[in-house]
Design a binder for this molecule. Structure first.
Ligand code: SAM
Length: 260
């Protein structure tokens, strides 16, 4: 059940890459892997693999699930500016913790975000930002309902909810089905989760599954609606034979339970 007091309870945590994250008492876990580091994790698990796979596109629409401290969105802008990419980017990001987003103006972000401070400020004030290259929209409310209002077709999904154990309804077969409906035919999805249940939920919705490896980082998952030759492919049919117990997560097992 929703508890505003619990949602407000967060603690600042310093990650091993020297960047700050928060610990959520509501979900009983940190917003980022403190070992991998908030900025390092955003760049290595989400931004770099997806932007390199989509490097030839001059326009990208990204679904950032969920906004949280905004690291994935801000690291995308940081990376694009750093490498002087011309790509126009529209980011749509669901988030039900309005108070958190409105507090980001005073959050102690890494120096890498120094030249996007004005963007962080605009987002924390208006939940929206737009210039010639970037458009960012926070979709306030429960992601399970808010994504149904998205009209744009998505190129990249950053699947970065709290863990499947603590935030199950953003990892089910039905959730991925709704996400897939929004996707372009060659869309990709990045996630830190490597669990068989999560990969199966994506696979059952038509995604090919790949391992993503980066330096000084636990491996992660890239899923794509089309085959990508340069990635390390996982044969999910073989996985199913080897692990007959594995099942995707289903809404019916979690509805009416704790968080959405
Ligand atoms: C792991 S954090 C996201 C971290 C974020 N990507 C970042 O880089 O800072 C998960 C976020 O999902 C939000 N959240 C959880 N369930 C949600 C839901 N059903 N709808 C919208 N937001 C949700 C939480 O409030 C939290 O901010």
């Amino acid at each position: 059940m929703y508890d505003a007091n619990l949602r407000a309870q967060k603690e600042l945590v310093l990650c091993e890459d020297g960047t700050n994250t928060l610990y959520s008492k509501e979900f009983n876990e940190p917003y980022h892997s403190t070992k991998d580091g908030a900025l390092h994790e955003s760049l290595e698990k989400h931004v770099k693999p997806s932007l390199s796979l989509k490097e030839n596109q001059d326009k990208l629409t990204i679904l950032d699930i969920c906004f949280g401290l905004g690291y994935n969105t801000f690291a995308t802008l940081y990376h694009i500016k750093k490498y002087k990419l011309k790509t126009k980017v529209h980011i749509l990001s669901p988030e039900f913790d309005e108070e958190l987003v409105r507090s980001l103006d005073t959050f102690d972000f890494p120096s890498e975000f120094e030249n996007i401070k004005h963007i962080i400020k605009a987002i924390s004030q208006d939940l929206f930002y737009k210039d010639e290259q970037f458009k960012i929209e926070i979709l306030l409310g429960d992601a399970r309902t808010s994504i149904a209002h998205i009209k744009e077709k998505i190129d990249i999904v950053y699947q970065d909810a709290f863990s499947p154990a603590h935030n199950p309804l953003l990892w089910t077969y039905e959730w991925f089905k709704d996400v897939r409906t929004l996707c372009k035919e060659d869309a990709i999805l990045t996630t830190y989760s490597t669990a068989a249940a999560i990969r199966l939920g994506l696979y059952e919705n038509g995604f090919y599954i790949f391992v993503h490896r980066a330096e000084m980082m636990r491996y992660s998952t890239v899923a794509s609606l089309e085959m990508v030759e340069e990635l390390e492919y996982i044969d999910m049919e073989l996985k199913k034979i080897r692990n007959t117990e594995a099942r995707s997560m289903k809404d019916e097992d979690y509805l009416g339970n704790m968080h959405s």
